[in-house]
Design a protein around this ligand. Structure first.
Ligand code: TPP
Ligand code: MG
Length: 427
């Protein structure tokens, strides 16, 4: 008998979150609260976070139903900038499509698409300075593409071939690009958060002018690293932008398992005294405007900002995933916030700066660019077809000076391989 029985108390029940739609269910997001574009106020960048906590519970949106840019958050970008953003997003999509197929063809072991989330990385890259440092997760390939990283370099990494500057030491798509201010991606979720804060603190303490931006998924906010990063950032007013990409799913776990039933992810900021914004992540102009606002706060020493990008992961988590096993196949089409590429295209058309013929020409050019890069990358080899790097390079690049025990192990490996007669043994 428990104490509860003795006192005639009702037994406790445990709440286990359950997603609204499972395979076979019709998806209907009709009750999702989507505030009208232009409704959210834009506080002064010097304002104190406690003065605009409402912005953590609404949604900053710029593009309205008539495809016009409206309200205080309208970044008033030139048509040229809008067209560049559109092209970068289209390039990300074409790149994703090709590399996904390359994985299916057995040319690499793994790939992750960002379908439907292209605005989150591309618009942010346009709003940040080229010198600002990015600490991304694995779904921000748009940062590299928008910053001009050659597609062939990205593909060489995906193929772990002779052109892979990381020498096959990272899982495909876990890029590292110092030239483009893109920190090495780690598969260990959210480790990039404290790293971004540390980098930002160092930038401030050195009197530099560069700021840091970091990204993680909504599921990753459940990691301890997320919370220690926010604590350090608020204490030292680190010049950093925290992006939480709420694409509703963390592999097969819906956002409720990271806390979405109780509150928004932007509201995580409030308890830390950090500025929190919730943004329509499929509205490239809203993402741009929010990033620019947060960057100005960081650059003027006002402090960090957390931006929740409300979006939807339109396909599987990765090439190793099959979402039809755990969610309704109707979800991606029922998602009410639309396709970010389509929305920017419609806006450009609505303001008389674009048309279908130009869109089709752009899509053809982008597809050709990606195809040519793939051909060039495959000339350097594909994964699993021979050893692309000398075997002993396995030991390089970790320590500036290799410790004795690693030198010993490397020699042992070289000797064993030489004795084995295997084709890749070093002479
Ligand atoms: C510390 C850690 N825990 C678990 C995993 C396994 N894992 C890889 S991705 C992922 C889901 C992450 O979801 P989310 O943060 O929402 O990002 P998304 O994939 O949706 O972009 C999990 C659980 C991991 N890589 N690292
Ligand atoms: Mg997610």
């Amino acid at each position: 008998m428990t104490l509860g029985d003795a006192r005639n108390l009702k037994p406790l029940t445990l709440h286990v979150p359950e997603p609204r739609f499972r395979p076979g269910d019709a998806a209907d997001f009709g009750d999702l609260e989507v505030p009208p574009a232009g409704a959210a106020p834009r506080p002064d960048t010097a304002a104190h976070p406690r003065d605009f906590t409402d912005l953590a519970y609404t949604m900053v949106r710029v593009l309205d139903e008539q495809h016009q840019a409206v309200g205080a958050w309208n970044p008033r970008l030139s048509p040229d900038t809008l067209r560049r953003m559109l092209r970068h997003m289209a390039t990300v999509r074409a790149f994703d499509e090709r590399m996904f197929r390359a994985q299916r063809q057995g040319k690499t072991s793994f790939y992750m698409k960002s379908l439907g989330e292209e605005a989150v990385a591309v618009a942010a890259a346009h709003a940040l300075d080229a010198e600002d440092m990015c600490f991304p997760s694995y779904r921000q390939q748009g940062l590299l593409i928008a910053r001009g990283c050659p597609l062939v370099d990205m593909m060489n990494q995906i193929y772990s071939n002779t052109g892979d500057k990381l020498q096959g030491k990272q899982l495909p798509i876990m890029y590292s690009e110092k030239r483009f201010g893109f920190f090495s991606i780690s598969g260990n979720l959210t480790t990039q958060y404290p790293q971004a804060v540390g980098w930002a603190m160092a930038s401030a303490s050195k009197g530099d002018t560069r700021i840091a931006a970091t990204w993680c998924g909504e599921g990753s906010t459940a990691e301890g690293d997320f919370h220690s990063a926010l604590t350090f950032a608020t204490v030292y007013r680190a010049p950093v932008i925290f992006n939480v990409v709420n694409n509703q799913w963390a592999i097969s776990s819906f956002s409720g398992f990271a806390g979405a039933e109780a509150t928004t992810f932007a509201a995580r900021a409030i308890g830390y005294g950090i500025a929190g914004l919730r943004v329509d992540g499929n509205d490239p102009l809203a993402v741009y405007a929010a990033t620019l606002w947060a960057a100005e706060r960081a650059r003027t020493n006002v402090g960090p900002t957390l931006i929740e990008h409300f979006t939807y992961r339109a396909e599987g988590h990765s090439t190793s995933d099959d979402p039809s096993q755990y969610r309704s196949t109707g979800e991606p089409t029922a998602w009410p916030l639309g396709d970010p590429i389509r929305r920017l295209k419609d806006h450009l058309v609505a303001i008389g700066e674009w048309d279908d013929a130009r869109q089709e020409a752009m899509d053809r050019e982008v597809a050709e660019e990606v195809r040519a890069a793939q051909k060039a990358a495959e000339a350097n080899g594909i994964l699993g077809h021979g050893l692309a790097q000398p075997l002993d390079s396995l030991f390089d690049g970790v320590f500036e000076e290799m410790p004795w025990h690693l030198r010993e192990q490397r020699q042992m490996m070289i000797d064993e391989e030489a004795a084995s007669g295997r084709p890749w043994a070093r002479k």
